[in-house]
Design a protein around this ligand. Structure first.
Ligand code: SF4
Ligand code: SF4
Length: 304
C-alpha cells in the first residue's frame, strides 16, 4: 500500500478526487490558533526550483545548502533520487526555517510542497488503464483549523494565489520526467541515468561545470546566443538543464547533437529499451507464478 492510500486510511486525506475547478474552504493567517503547527514532522520534497530559490535566499552555494539543509530520498513510487528538507532533530521534528512566533523565515521562497498545502497533487495509473490521471486531494489534519474558515477557493485559484502555478511552469520538464517515471512503475534506470537525474535535480553548480568544462558543447550544437544566455543567467541555465535532462533520459525534445553524440544516445535508448523489456518479462513471469501458486492453494483447500 503506498503513502497516499495509508494517508487516506488514516483520514488525513479525503478520499475524493478533485479537479482544478472543484471548490474547498480554507484560510490560513498569522494569529490562527494552529499557526505553525503544520511546519513539523512532514516530508518536504525539494524540486530543482525550490533549491534554487532557497539557496539564493540564504546566500549559499549549492554544496553548502545541500549539506546543511537536505538529506537524500527518492520520489514516491520511483527510484529517482532527490533531496528532501532535513528537519531539526528535536521532539517535534521542526522545519529548520520555522522562526518562533514569526512563522516561516523564508516565506516568499518557501518550497512548492508548503505552497500547495492543504492540497496534494496526485498522478496515478490504474492497473487496467494505460494513461496516468492527474487529480488533486484535500489534506485535512486534525490540528489544522484553516478548514473551519469560510473563505472558498477553486483548486486553480489556490494554486495561483500561492504561486505554485509559476513554480510548476519553471519545472515543467522535470515534472514531466517524474510523471513519466511514475507511469512506468518502479522502472529500472541505469546508474548513469540516476546520477544525471540527481545532479540536474539538486545541483546546478555541478551542471554548469558539466556544460562548460566538459565536451558537452562539442556534442550539442547550441546556438551561440543560447550559450551566452545559459552562461550569464542562472534561471535560464536551470530551465535548460531540465529540458536537457528530459532529452537525455527519454529522447524527448529538440536538441541538435553531433553524429558521435547521436550514436551514443541511440545506444543508450537501446539499452534502456532492453532493460524495460527484461523488467516487463520478469513482472509477467512473477504474475504467472503468483497465479499458479494461488490456484494450487485453492485446490489444496478444496481437496482438504
Ligand atoms: S491553518 Fe493549517 S496551514 Fe495554516 S498555520 Fe494552521 S495548521 Fe498550518
Ligand atoms: S519552509 Fe516555511 S512554510 Fe515550509 S515547513 Fe518550513 S517553515 Fe513551514
Amino acid at each position: 500500500m503506498d503513502k497516499l492510500n495509508i494517508d487516506i486510511e488514516k483520514g488525513v486525506i479525503e478520499p475524493r478526487e478533485l479537479s482544478a475547478s472543484d471548490r474547498f474552504k480554507f484560510k490560513c493567517y498569522p494569529g490562527i490558533g494552529c499557526f505553525n503547527k503544520c511546519c513539523s514532522a512532514m516530508r518536504i520534497n525539494l524540486t530543482p526550483y525550490d533549491i534554487f530559490r532557497l539557496k539564493n535566499r540564504l546566500g549559499l552555494s549549492y554544496d553548502e545548502f545541500l549539506i546543511k539543509y537536505t538529506q537524500p530520498a527518492a520520489i514516491d513510487r520511483t527510484p529517482l533520487p532527490i533531496v528532501v528538507l532535513k528537519l531539526l532533530d528535536d521532539e517535534t521534528k521542526t522545519c529548520p526555517f520555522l522562526s518562533g512566533q514569526d512563522g516561516c523565515s523564508v516565506y516568499t521562497d518557501r518550497p512548492s510542497t508548503c505552497r500547495y498545502y492543504p492540497i496534494g497533487r496526485v498522478h496515478m495509473k490504474k492497473v487496467d488503464q494505460p494513461e496516468l490521471r492527474e487529480f488533486f486531494v484535500l489534506v485535512k489534519e486534525d490540528h489544522c483549523l484553516g478548514h473551519q474558515e469560510d473563505k472558498e477557493w477553486t483548486i486553480n485559484e489556490w494554486r495561483e494565489d500561492q504561486g505554485v502555478d509559476f513554480h510548476d511552469s519553471i519545472t515543467r520538464d522535470w515534472l514531466e520526467i517524474v510523471i513519466k517515471a511514475k507511469s512506468l512503475g518502479m522502472m529500472e534506470f541505469s546508474k548513469g541515468s540516476l546520477d544525471l537525474f540527481f545532479m540536474v535535480s539538486s545541483n546546478l553548480d555541478m551542471f554548469r561545470k558539466f556544460v562548460f568544462e566538459s565536451r558537452f558543447l562539442s556534442a550539442y550544437k547550441l546556438k551561440p546566443d543560447l550559450v551566452d544566455k545559459i552562461r550569464d543567467n542562472e534561471i535560464e541555465l536551470l530551465k535548460f538543464s531540465l529540458k536537457w535532462l528530459r532529452f537525455a533520459l527519454f529522447g524527448e525534445g529538440d536538441f541538435d547533437v553531433s553524429d558521435e553524440a547521436k550514436v551514443k544516445a541511440a545506444e543508450h535508448r537501446k539499452k534502456l529499451a532492453e532493460v524495460r523489456k527484461q523488467q516487463l518479462q520478469r513482472r509477467e513471469q512473477k504474475a504467472e507464478k503468483d497465479i499458479a501458486h494461488m490456484r494450487k492453494m485453492k485446490k489444496n483447500r478444496i481437496d482438504n
